[in-house]
Design a protein around this ligand. Structure first.
Ligand code: HEC
Length: 200
């Protein structure tokens, strides 16, 4: 999607770089980071969710753009994954528990390859990985966004970024875009957890 690719372009200019000594995970929490909620460095950077591809797949969008007239520079899929503990809690209650982590992976799309004649499939080219984290003790408002460059720990995206306002104003459940996650939308509708701002 347009904004994610744009962000990636910005970030690749400056934010990448090897993890410093100070970025070491706090007290042996690495293993936990891979299976349960978010884990941070002592500086508050989010540790790379190494096994997110083993999480629960919510949906894919292709070439989505949220602004009028926005021609895509490159064709891309958005793949969204939920950390399994949080997912199960959503299925039970219709909303996200504290310490939820959701990953959005942007991946190249192509129609050219092997026996394919029409339509598009995903490539090995991941152009962005962004994480939306709910951690009410840590973040005012409950949620925070992080954008990774490689696997180095990621700094929180500032609250002034449009990530926060768009998700706040348009997302169906608790600042997450459940209206685009077909297996969750019915649950939220049934449990009455859709945000008042959301108009289906
Ligand atoms: C103009 C609206 C808009 C803006 C701005 C925006 N997003 Fe999103 N975001 C969406 C939509 C729509 C989805 C639904 C999934 C998709 O795109 O496939 C989404 C999904 C996500 C998800 C998956 C979890 C969830 O909350 O549903 C993450 C992570 C995410 N965005 C991160 C970001 C980050 C980081 C930024 C800022 C750099 C950002 N978004 C800016 C509209 C927006």
């Amino acid at each position: 999607m347009k904004r994610h690719l744009a962000l990636f372009a910005t970030c690749s200019l400056g934010l990448s770089g090897p993890a410093t000594q100070a970025d070491t995970p706090v007290s042996g929490a690495t293993t936990k980071a891979q299976t349960a909620g978010p884990v941070y460095t002592a500086q508050g950077r989010l540790i790379w969710p190494e096994r997110y591809r083993e999480w629960i797949f919510l949906s894919s969008g292709i070439d989505m753009s949220y602004r009028d007239g926005g021609a895509m520079a490159r064709s891309a899929f958005d793949n969204v994954f939920a950390e399994p503990t949080a997912y199960r809690e959503f299925v039970r209650t219709g909303t996200w528990p504290d310490r939820t982590a959701l990953v959005l992976e942007v991946r190249g799309a192509t129609g050219t390859g092997s026996i394919n004649k029409q339509g598009k499939f995903q490539t090995g080219n991941v152009t962005a990985v962004e994480v939306h984290v709910k951690d009410t003790k840590r973040f005012p408002g409950g949620w925070a966004f992080f954008a990774f460059q490689g696997t180095a720990p990621a700094q929180q995206i500032p609250k002034s970024a449009d990530c926060y306002s768009c998700h706040q104003q348009h997302a169906a459940v608790d600042t997450t875009f459940v209206q685009f996650y077909p297996t969750l939308l019915g649950i939220a509708t049934q449990k009455g957890t859709l945000s008042p701002a959301y108009q289906p």
